[in-house]
Design a protein around this ligand. Structure first.
Ligand SMILES: Cc1ncc(COP(=O)(O)O)c(C=O)c1O
Length: 482
């Protein structure tokens, strides 16, 4: 139940935890920030953490751990095979999802590699609401391709649709029929659809997808990495979920999906990854790849202490007082910005607040990478590190032509249980300033473009001197402030 403020106009989201360990931050002067982003090839992945005030690159592996997670790490049972720690992870997965069959892998993309190795053969198609970068890279590496079937309404930057990650169900049925079920590697539902702004999928839609898959004899896979935010939205936006217990929702999903996997860097506030299923046939089919790529079946490339944190974190993923902190902070930031006129993805989703960069710099052509340019400008404006989630995050078509993204987003991820509200207010303030000075933002061009997952380590150069002008304007407006 929400805690109401007496002065309701001053209501803000309220943390149900306190901070007992801290990490010192530093904020460099704007002239240094300008130098650092240019040295990093205008790629926020290539910035050093010591040069960043607020790291909003991702919510992955950077969430706040609880006292109980740290305590659990002390009891880790370190053995190559048959560790008690893995039994505790299995027990937690069984409790939370109701699945007995559990495979560990070192992170989410490692689970995707195993899935692709086991089920994607050349010429096969994986159908999904929307791709995720690493998911697509593994599927295409195995000779398959990805088709996206998100309802087109999900791609509208601003709407009042509560579940913008939903599948277009008619298209899903039709596409399976057209392809033939033997050509469909699997249907993947991504909870909290990352690349379109952390947008949720309704329980009704997820269950309808699994019904279609069962009818047509196609495997259904749930990417549950962002499920905890998705469950928050189910509970707050979907009538049938309002009175359901959180665990009931996890169990219902596990009853319906053939395979569930997740990045524990998100779900469970820890690190690592898990593939699980109620049906041992699936885990048997994937099992042989675990020792090959990850490690023995009872650690899967994950350190035992991390597995203990994961087990405890999974139980915490059932607690609405933890689940709501991320989405409510994100909603606060999105509202602050949109009330000022800054174009953000609405309704706010999970994982982060997303700026709609096509509207932020409407005259900038796609091939000057508007989302990358805005992300670099945000670092200059405030020492804040966002992530580009637009055309730079796409991969080129096999013939080398650019595949421009449907949405050009700069993501301000809000790691769970990490930042305070005053820090989010600072973010809003610096972005409002940038919005007022958006005419200064110019484009980027490639200097070094890797052929795979180029956004991770590619380098770009600013076109002209817009970054120097932006830094000079900051100094003029803020005087001697950092
Ligand atoms: C929906 C989704 N699936 C998979 C992954 C990959 O997980 P990991 O970063 O642990 O490899 C991510 C990471 O951001 C994600 O958001």
């Amino acid at each position: 139940m929400a805690v109401k403020f007496y002065k309701c106009e001053q209501q803000v989201p309220l943390e149900m935890h306190k901070v007992r360990m801290i990490q010192k931050l530093s904020l460099l002067p704007v002239e240094e920030r300008l130098k650092k982003i240019q040295e990093a090839g205008n790629n926020t992945f290539l910035l050093q953490n010591k040069d960043i005030y607020l790291d909003m690159l991702t919510d992955s592996g950077v969430n706040g751990m609880s006292d109980l997670q740290f305590a659990a790490m002390m009891q880790a049972d370190d053995s190559y095979a048959g560790s008690e720690t893995f039994n505790r992870v299995k027990a937690a997965v069984k409790d939370v999802f109701g699945c007995e069959n559990v495979l560990p892998a070192h992170q989410g993309r490692a689970c995707e590699n195993i899935l692709a190795e086991a089920y994607v053969k050349p010429g096969m198609v994986a159908l999904m609401n929307f791709h995720f970068t690493t998911t697509k890279a593994h599927i295409t590496r195995c000779g398959g391709s990805v088709e996206e079937l998100v309802d087109p309404k999900g791609l509208l930057p601003q709407s009042d649709d509560p579940f913008k990650g939903n599948f277009n169900l008619a298209n899903l049925s039709q596409r399976i029929d057209e392809l033939g079920s033997d050509k469909v590697a699997f249907v993947r539902v991504e909870a909290g659809t990352n690349l379109i702004g952390g947008q949720p999928v309704s329980l009704e839609n997820m269950l309808a997808v699994t019904d279609i898959c069962h009818d047509k004899g196609v495997k259904s896979v749930l990417d549950a990495s962002l499920l905890q935010d998705n469950i928050y939205f189910m509970k707050t936006r979907e009538a049938r979920c309002k009175f359901m217990d959180v665990k009931e929702i996890y169990h219902l999903l596990a009853d319906h999906f053939d395979i569930i996997y997740f990045s524990a860097r998100k779900l469970s506030f820890s690190k690592g990854g898990i593939i699980c299923s109620k049906n041992p046939t699936y885990t048997r089919q994937m099992m042989e790849f675990i020792p090959l790529y990850e490690g023995f079946l009872t650690y899967g490339g994950i350190d035992v202490r991390t597995m203990e944190a994961m087990a405890q974190g999974l139980y915490e993923s059932l607690d609405m007082e933890y689940l709501d902190q991320g989405p409510e902070f994100i909603n606060y930031l999105a509202k602050e910005l949109s009330d000022y006129g800054v174009p953000v993805i609405l309704p706010a989703g999970g994982l982060g607040c997303h700026l709609d960069c096509q509207a932020f710099v409407p005259d900038m052509p796609h091939d000057q990478y508007p989302a990358g340019a805005v992300a670099a400008a945000i670092y200059i404006a405030g020492g804040i590190r966002p992530m580009e989630r637009g055309s730079l995050s796409e991969q080129r078509e096999p013939d080398g032509t650019e595949r421009f993204a449907e949405l050009e987003l700069a993501r301000l991820a809000v790691p769970r249980r990490v930042y305070t509200l005053s820090q989010l207010k600072y973010v809003a303030d610096r972005i409002k300033w940038l919005w007022d000075n958006r005419s200064l933002i110019g484009g980027l061009k490639w200097v070094e473009e890797p052929s795979v997952l180029r956004f991770f380590f590619g380098r770009l150069k600013e076109i002209g001197y817009w970054q120097e002008e932006l830094a000079a304007k900051f100094r003029q407006d803020f005087g001697d402030s950092l």
